[in-house]
Design a protein around this ligand. Structure first.
Ligand code: SF4
Length: 232
């Protein structure tokens, strides 16, 4: 039998900005309690390696990226190391992460720019980060936040997109528009950790194919609760 819902899709449709902000605060509070230690899963030893790991993580799991970088990052540590990498060798080294030709070109080109224009150091602004090939807002937010504690936005990945929509926090599917909606709802001080708490929630509870609504700490404030195909 379908459990009785306490917050429906029509409630979400009627909700005003103030109520939605209140619900957003409640969401981050509860996710904070459930996933207090949520943090970036990619492993790296310096900001340049972080940027490389983020580029490698496109269309690939963090687990696979960490397997590849465990060896890769012993050989390449600085922007210059990556900038001078031999193209064919590097392609072979990162091949298990997928899209390896494009990723190799982006990493080498980005590190050449880093070396030539930024003295090998990761810059501290979104505008500068967006000048690197292979880096869009999601990646820039991850790198800036984790490398420098600079928070200019919210990193929107596949988990954040899916869960923001399920929770009725956005109507958009474009990550840049979703990010704008979330930035308007959540206090700036929560922008950075929001991403990692939602990712943990997506990996453990609100899974893409089988959301575990009956175990979810948000099921009384989620308009999609017990209403998606294959929920348990
Ligand atoms: S698991 Fe179910 S109740 Fe929880 S956020 Fe996802 S859809 Fe909503």
């Amino acid at each position: 039998m379908k459990p009785r819902k306490s917050f429906t899709k029509s409630d979400a449709a009627r909700e005003g900005d103030r109520e939605r902000k209140k619900r957003a605060l409640e969401i981050i509070k509860r996710l904070g309690r459930r996933f207090p230690a949520a943090r970036i899963a990619l492993r790296y030893q310096n900001p340049v390696q972080l940027m490389v790991a983020v580029i490698l993580s496109a269309q690939c799991t963090d687990k696979k990226v960490n397997e590849v970088t465990a060896t890769l990052f012993k050989k390449y540590r600085t922007a210059r190391d990556f900038a001078n990498a031999d193209l064919t060798t590097f392609e072979r080294e990162i091949r298990p992460t997928g899209f390896y030709r494009m990723k190799t070109r982006n990493i080498i080109a980005a590190c050449k720019i880093l070396d030539a224009r930024f003295k090998g150091k990761i810059p501290k602004t979104m505008a500068e980060m967006l000048t690197f090939p292979g880096i869009a807002r999601k990646s820039a937010n991850i790198v800036l936040g984790n490398a420098h504690g600079v928070v200019e936005g919210i990193a929107v990945d596949t988990h954040v997109s899916r869960i923001a929509a399920r929770l009725g926090l956005t109507k958009f599917s474009d990550p840049v528009k979703i990010e704008k909606d979330l930035m308007a709802l959540f206090p700036r001080a929560r922008w950075f950790d929001l991403t990692y708490k939602i990712i943990e929630h997506g990996r453990n509870i609100c899974e893409a194919k089988k959301p575990k609504c009956s175990l979810c700490p948000l099921n009384d404030i989620c308009p999609s609760a017990f209403n998606l195909p294959n929920f348990i």
